[in-house]
Design a protein around this ligand. Structure first.
Ligand code: SF4
Length: 233
């Protein structure tokens, strides 16, 4: 079994509840969404270079695992990201990879692989993973693709390591996120990030303070503060 992977590198997690944790990033190639790209606005995706299904190189499960072990055989978070790691045949690859990681590294912390997924794909029936589940808001132009059944599943799991992420472009987005949170009774690890260079972080911070939603947390992209807009950090 093989999948196309754009890059594998070691850095610190930049966002969410694991922000600042040493992390091995496995970035899968290809994503069918185009966040932020509307009639009048441009794509805001940080990883435009990984959106094509043909970017990167083909790796087998064993080759990816070998790379992970070479980078670190001590406790390190492993993050499957993209592009979108759960699209098409990548889903089975991610499932098998997380199983392999769990079997071979179960005596270490972070035996459960973290996966960042865009909210379009189902997260049901994926063992050995914890989820960073996006919900795309109206400003992204991608809300119509969201698979809301995922919220029922994530709520039932009650896994303290799961998180739901909202990237907020404007107040309409923030209010929509609040509605979705209420509709699905979400109350843990609700991560809010401003669209980079569009929404000033302090504005979002004030909305979060005013609304005071249980479980809400502001997350600014640590990697950009540390290293700027570079690839592979
Ligand atoms: S879902 Fe993620 S990878 Fe795909 S376009 Fe949106 S931000 Fe980029």
């Amino acid at each position: 079994m093989k999948a196309r992977i754009n890059e594998i590198f070691y850095s610190l997690s930049g966002e969410g509840i694991s922000q600042g944790v040493p992390t091995i990033f496995i970035r899968f190639a290809g994503c069918s969404l185009r966040c932020g790209q509307t009639d009048s606005k441009k794509l805001w995706c940080d990883t435009g270079y990984a959106l094509s299904n043909s970017s990167g190189d083909e790796f087998s499960l064993e080759e990816v695992f070998e790379k992970i072990e070479k980078i670190s055989n001590s406790p390190t978070q492993i993050l499957l990201t993209g592009g979108e790691p759960l699209e098409n045949q990548k889903r089975v690859f991610c499932y098998e990879l997380s199983k392999m990681i769990f079997q071979k590294r179960h005596n270490l912390n972070y035996a459960y692989t973290r996966i960042e997924t865009n909210g379009k794909e189902s997260i049901l029936n994926l063992d050995n993973m914890v989820f960073s589940l996006d919900y795309k808001l109206p400003g992204s132009g991608m809300e119509k693709f969201m698979y809301k059944e995922n919220f029922h599943f994530i709520s039932k799991r009650k896994n303290p390591l799961d998180e739901v992420k909202f990237v907020v472009r404007d107040e309409v987005d923030f209010l929509r996120a609040s509605e979705v949170i209420e509709e699905f009774s979400l109350n843990q690890n609700l991560i809010f990030s401003p669209v980079y260079k569009e929404l000033p972080p302090e504005v979002l911070a004030n909305w979060i303070k005013e609304k005071n939603i249980e479980g809400a947390k502001l997350s600014l992209q640590l990697h950009k503060q540390l290293w700027g807009e570079k690839k592979g950090v």
